[in-house]
Design a binder for this molecule. Structure first.
Ligand code: FES
Length: 123
């Protein structure tokens, strides 16, 4: 008997995809630190609302299967939070205005492929 006969069948993807991966990942820091921590944290600066708005905005546009918004742990740019990074481009954003910034990043970058200069994390 061959080894193949003993290998388990791969699971079936309930979404019908033939290959793993997404066109883009949006990692949104939702890390929380204790109150008074010198670096602060994205969650206390609105990271949860940023995540929720990306998720809702992408779902509304039916882009969830192509572009994946993921809550992330600390991305190590805490002082600039809430921070977001879009891959595969590796573009970092600092969200200062929840609705305006997230909506513009979705429309111009995630849909249109254009970096939103105004929202870039600058150091
Ligand atoms: S807590 Fe968000 S980058 Fe560190």
């Amino acid at each position: 008997m061959s080894d193949e006969a003993h290998e388990p069948k791969p699971p079936v993807d309930p979404k019908g995809r033939a290959a793993p991966g997404f066109e883009r990942h949006v990692f949104i820091c939702t890390n929380e630190r204790e109150a008074g921590n010198v670096r602060g944290c994205c969650l206390h600066r609105g990271g949860g609302a940023v995540r929720d708005r990306f998720k809702a905005g992408l779902a509304e546009r039916k882009l969830g299967g192509r572009i994946r918004p993921n809550a992330a742990g600390c991305l190590d740019f805490c002082e600039f939070g809430p921070v977001v990074v879009v891959y595969p481009e590796g573009v970092w954003y600092r969200i200062l205005d929840l609705e305006r910034d997230v909506d513009e990043i979705i429309e111009r970058h995630l849909v249109g492929g254009e970096v939103v200069e105004r929202c870039l994390l600058r150091m």
